[in-house]
Design a protein around this ligand. Sequence first.
Ligand SMILES: Cc1cc2nc3c(=O)[nH]c(=O)nc-3n(C[C@H](O)[C@H](O)[C@H](O)COP(=O)(O)OP(=O)(O)OC[C@H]3O[C@@H](n4cnc5c(N)ncnc54)[C@H](O)[C@@H]3O)c2cc1C
Ligand SMILES: *[C@@H]1O[C@H](CO)[C@@H](O)[C@H](O)[C@H]1NC(C)=O
Ligand SMILES: *[C@@H]1O[C@H](CO)[C@@H](O)[C@H](O)[C@H]1NC(C)=O
Ligand SMILES: *[C@@H]1O[C@H](CO)[C@@H](O)[C@H](O)[C@H]1NC(C)=O
Ligand SMILES: *[C@@H]1O[C@H](CO)[C@@H](O)[C@H](O)[C@H]1NC(C)=O
Ligand SMILES: *[C@@H]1O[C@H](CO)[C@@H](O)[C@H](O)[C@H]1NC(C)=O
Length: 512
Amino acid sequence: MKPGTLLAQAALSAFAAQGARAAETEPSFCCDALESAGFGEIIHYPGGDAYEARQQAYWSPLARLQPGCIIQPGRAEEVSTIVKTLVLANKTQPCQFAVRSGGHTTYGGAANIDGGVTLDLGFMNSTTYFANNQTAAIQPGARWGSVFRTLDNAGVASAGGRAASVGVAGLVLGGGNSFYSARKGLVCDNVANFEVVLANGEVVFANRETNADLFQVLKGGSNNFGIVTRIDLQTFDRENVWGGIVGYPISTAGLHSKALVNFGEKLADDPYASTIMILLYHSARGFPFIANAYEYTKPVERPPIFDEFMAIPGNFSSTMRITNMTDITEELEQPVGFRWKFMALTFQNDERIIKKATELFHKMIESIGDADEWYFSPMFQPMPASFAKHSAANGGNILGLDRFTENNILFLYDVGWMSEENDELFHKLSEQYVEDLDSYAKSIGKSNLFVYLDYADPTQDPLSTYGHANIQKMRAAAAKYDPDRVFQTMVPGGFKLSKVRVPEDEEQHDEL
Ligand SMILES: Cc1cc2nc3c(=O)[nH]c(=O)nc-3n(C[C@H](O)[C@H](O)[C@H](O)COP(=O)(O)OP(=O)(O)OC[C@H]3O[C@@H](n4cnc5c(N)ncnc54)[C@H](O)[C@@H]3O)c2cc1C
Ligand SMILES: *[C@@H]1O[C@H](CO)[C@@H](O)[C@H](O)[C@H]1NC(C)=O
Ligand SMILES: *[C@@H]1O[C@H](CO)[C@@H](O)[C@H](O)[C@H]1NC(C)=O
Ligand SMILES: *[C@@H]1O[C@H](CO)[C@@H](O)[C@H](O)[C@H]1NC(C)=O
Ligand SMILES: *[C@@H]1O[C@H](CO)[C@@H](O)[C@H](O)[C@H]1NC(C)=O
Ligand SMILES: *[C@@H]1O[C@H](CO)[C@@H](O)[C@H](O)[C@H]1NC(C)=O
């Protein structure tokens, strides 16, 4: 596909005029190196249909940066050659690249790059179930909807994402919260084996027996150690689930706060249950409401753990039903087209903090008014101490959640808006919201320092919250598996180990 090279040359002259950018990274040089390595067929350039289609397939418009080219490998061996080619080319000219799977990260630059190369794993999206060892071999660019379709058809289930369009690798490498967390731990705790392309191009396995240190750091350490090209996930026999979304007037917020806290305290006793409490405002509707997602991973209607929620009066809609996981994940999508911002916060399971978050929710609605079309859906997810208990049995993850003995709530700040001119306004008010909520939690002694990477914003530093010992483990693994620092210097996107702001004193850090 040589016409691409012409475009690359056009880009080169454009870049030659822009000295500062060209000095950082030279897209046509790096893309040409990949062309010379024989990848012409799978390289796409700006202006081409394939390039534009892949850009549109980023979930948030804020993630659609302008790489010099996008390369779409189909096999681990190709990923390996691509990495070797770029590392070699980088000795002549800087060749930075991004690694993309589903592309669901909200902010720009986690899985895309301006001017460099985007290594897009979107075509590596198959799921193969093996009955002999009850695992599913899932390629990194698969979406959870397609994973569950395959598993439902095979009569099995696994822990996994809760919205159909979300990518597999990004979610697993950040941890992964699922409907099965109380029963099975995080999604990453269900990995039997990773296939990984290392910085030197070697394709290795990481599991409990082989490269066990790499296995552990991949479970939460994101893109700092290699490129994951296959995830073997443990499965178990499937059952239909009782689940859906129930809409309530905002006047019931107080009852919901109470019910959610009580639910979080009881979850360890009935680990089949899961709830996301969602405050929701869409300016096009014009009024705030509550839209809770309830799921029970057995075909049982209204099990007792949901009694308090079921007694809350006045719901105006309900999709509660017994169905399969494929169907449930299709229901839990958020609308596309908005410029999304996610932020993560953790606090203890305390009603007062949910009330404070609801007050701040109303304040935000007043501040923004109808300045734009926007969609605001902060979410509260119980994260009791029991979630961390399943980790050690499978080689451990690196998130450090086992440090916490309290039952917590994982809070997802979630807002989307339409107009680019409002970017600054939404960033500013959102960061203020999260800071105010965190300060409140601290003021009553109920904050938790953990920042969940899969929900974190670039103003946050999730890896630094995993605890001193885990940061040291990640550093040791990076030094061992990527001694030349390819994933630190050449893959700038996402949360980088080399940028972790390490607290001087571990103890002080842990009680922050
Ligand atoms: C609608 C929606 C629903 C969600 N639901 C859930 C949920 O139920 N549970 C939950 O825990 N989270 C959820 N999330 C958050 C989700 O986990 C993150 O957005 C995650 O990053 C998505 O994975 P991805 O593959 O699409 O990400 P990408 O944006 O493609 O990648 C994310 C990061 O991982 C790195 N990366 C990607 N692939 C690889 C690879 N193969 N090897 C090495 N590094 C790689 C990238 O470089 C990037 O930094 C949801 C997000 C959205 C938008
Ligand atoms: C994999 O990706 C291709 C290209 O986007 C798409 O046509 C196909 O349906 C996807 N397969 C699965 C299983 O999702
Ligand atoms: C499961 O079995 C299949 C088929 O034999 C094999 O290819 C795969 O590597 C196995 N997975 C694990 C995690 O052992
Ligand atoms: C899942 O349920 C939906 C809705 O009932 C149904 O249409 C679909 O065929 C089911 N899929 C599988 C794989 O069982
Ligand atoms: C919703 O309200 C109806 C009517 O009051 C009630 O019968 C139903 O049980 C409620 N559903 C839930 C899930 O609370
Ligand atoms: C890539 O090139 C940059 C710029 O010369 C350099 O700083 C970096 O260390 C190089 N990285 C590797 C892995 O060679």
